[in-house]
Design a protein around this ligand. Structure first.
Ligand SMILES: Nc1ncnc2c1ncn2[C@@H]1O[C@H](COP(=O)(O)OP(=O)(O)OP(=O)(O)O)[C@@H](O)[C@H]1O
Ligand SMILES: [Mg+2]
Length: 400
C-alpha cells in the first residue's frame, strides 16, 4: 500500500535556553507558593548560623516576604554570585553531597526565586565595615545600613508568571502555609528564635528555648514543642528515645487519647530536615495499630538521626523527600521507638518499679533533634546534647 505519510510538523532547531528561562523553569519546581519562598529563605538563614530569624509578610506573602537573620552574612563581592544558578558555598564536591549537613546545597533557590519575583539582598558579614544592597533585577549594588546578617526581600511573587499567580489561594490561606513552613523549622531548632509578622502585626513568636550553657536539652525541645504545638501536645505525649544500629529516633509521641481528626500534628525529621516520607509515616502509624482505631490521626514529632551516607536527600529540588538506603531498618526503628514510648506509661502503671529499657534502646527519656549545621552556635547546642548522652555512657557518635 502506498499511503502518504502523515504530515510532520516543521522541525525546529535545538537551541540553548536563555538563562532567565532556565531559572523560571527551575522555579516551577522549587517555588509553588509564598510558603516555598519562606522555606528556602529560612533554610538559608539557618545555614548561615542565625540565632534569630524574623519573617515579615504582606498579603499572605504574595506582595512581600522579607526574611531577616543575624547569621554570617554575604560579603559584598559575593552578593551577585549568590543569585547565580548552581552557585553555592555549601558543597564543593560529590563527596560533600554525600555527607551534607546544611539545609541547602543545590545553589539554585535564590536564582529561582529571583526569576519569578522582585528580589533584593541586603547583607553584612561581621568583618565588613558596612552593608550592601543588591537589586536582583537591575543588578545595582549600593551601600546600605544594616547590622551583621542578611535580609532577603521578595516582592510581587509570580508577577512575571501570571499563570502561576492564578493558582494562589486567599491571603489567609497563603499566610497559614507560610506560618506552617516556619513552624516546621522551629520544631527542629529550639536554639533559634523565630518571629513572624503579617501586615505589620506580630502573628507568631517563638523565643529560643535553648541557649549554650543550658543543661537540659530535653526540656528545651519540650518547651519549643509546647510553644509551637501547644501545651496540650507535650502534656499528652511521651518522650521517644530509641536507637537501633545506625538509626536513632527521638522526639515525642502523642498518647492515643490525644489523637486528632486530622493529620496536622505529624512532624518527621531526618537529620534535622523536615520530610514527608511514606516509610516514616507508615512506621509511626503502625506503632499505633493496636491502640488507635478508626480514622483518628496520632500526633507526633519524630527526629530520625542516621548516617548521612545511608540517606539520599537529593531526590527532589524541594528536598522534602528522601530516599533511604535501607528503608526497612528505618521503618523498624521508628515503629519500635514509638511502640516502646507508648508502652512505657502502661508498663509504669502496671508495676511500681520502672521497666528495664529494651536492649536496643538508648534508655533515656531525651529528645534530641539533630540540628544539622556546621555553624558555631549549633555546635554549642550539639555539645550540650552530647554531654547529656555521655553522662549516661553513650557517645556523640551515637547521635550522628
Ligand atoms: N541568609 C543568608 N546568609 C548568608 N548567606 C546566604 C544567605 N542566603 C543565601 N546565602 C548564600 O547564597 C548562596 C546561594 O543561596 P541558595 O539558597 O540559592 O543556594 P544554597 O542554599 O546553597 O542551595 P539550595 O538551592 O539547595 O538552597 C548560599 O550558598 C549562601 O552562601
Ligand atoms: Mg538555600
Amino acid at each position: 500500500m502506498n499511503e502518504a505519510p502523515p504530515s510532520l510538523p516543521p522541525r525546529r532547531p535545538i537551541r540553548d535556553l536563555p538563562d532567565e528561562l532556565i531559572s523560571q523553569i527551575a522555579a516551577g519546581e522549587v517555588v509553588e507558593r509564598p510558603a516555598s519562598v519562606v522555606r528556602e529563605l529560612v533554610d538559608n538563614a539557618l545555614d548561615s548560623g542565625a540565632t534569630q530569624i524574623t519573617v515579615r509578610l504582606l498579603a499572605g506573602g504574595v506582595r512581600l516576604i522579607a526574611v531577616e537573620d543575624d547569621g554570617c552574612g554575604i560579603p559584598q563581592e559575593e552578593l551577585p554570585i549568590a543569585l547565580r544558578r548552581h552557585a553555592t558555598s555549601k558543597i564543593t564536591s560529590l563527596s560533600d553531597l554525600e555527607t551534607v549537613a546544611t539545609m541547602g546545597f543545590r545553589g539554585e533557590a535564590l536564582a529561582a526565586i529571583g526569576s519569578v519575583s522582585e528580589m533584593a539582598l541586603l547583607s553584612r558579614p561581621a568583618h565588613q565595615p558596612g552593608a550592601f544592597l543588591l537589586d536582583a533585577r537591575s543588578g545595582e549594588l549600593r551601600p546600605a545600613a544594616r547590622g551583621t546578617g542578611t535580609t532577603v526581600e521578595v516582592k510581587e511573587l509570580f508577577f512575571s508568571t501570571p499563570a502561576r499567580r492564578k493558582f494562589l489561594k486567599t491571603d489567609a490561606t497563603e499566610l497559614a502555609h507560610c506560618i506552617e513552613s516556619v513552624r516546621r523549622h522551629a520544631l527542629a531548632r529550639p536554639d533559634v528564635g523565630f518571629a513572624i509578622w503579617h501586615e505589620g502585626k506580630l502573628v507568631e513568636q517563638w523565643r529560643a528555648t535553648f541557649t549554650p550553657g543550658d543543661a537540659n536539652v530535653q526540656d528545651a525541645l519540650a518547651r519549643r514543642l509546647a510553644d509551637v504545638l501547644g501545651e496540650d501536645f507535650v502534656a499528652q505525649s511521651v518522650a521517644v528515645q530509641h536507637r537501633v544500629g545506625p538509626v536513632t529516633v527521638t522526639g515525642r509521641a502523642g498518647l492515643p487519647d490525644a489523637a486528632r481528626s486530622r493529620a496536622d500534628h505529624q512532624y518527621c525529621y531526618v537529620n534535622g530536615r523536615f520530610v514527608r516520607d511514606k516509610v516514616l509515616t507508615h512506621a509511626a502509624r503502625s506503632a499505633y495499630e493496636d491502640v488507635l482505631h478508626g480514622h483518628k490521626q496520632p500526633a507526633y514529632a519524630l527526629y530520625v538521626e542516621i548516617d548521612p551516607a545511608r540517606v539520599d536527600v537529593n531526590v527532589h529540588p524541594t528536598k522534602i523527600e528522601v530516599r533511604f538506603r535501607d528503608s526497612r531498618e528505618v521503618h523498624q526503628a521508628v515503629r519500635h521507638a514509638v511502640e516502646n514510648a507508648l508502652a512505657a506509661p502502661r508498663a509504669a502503671a502496671l508495676s511500681a518499679a520502672p521497666a528495664e529499657p529494651a536492649a536496643a534502646a538508648v534508655g533515656v527519656q531525651a529528645s534530641q533533634p539533630n540540628l544539622g549545621s556546621k555553624q558555631p552556635q549549633v555546635q554549642a547546642w550539639q555539645a550540650q546534647a552530647a554531654i547529656k548522652f555521655e553522662e549516661r555512657g553513650h557517645h556523640v557518635a551515637d547521635l550522628q
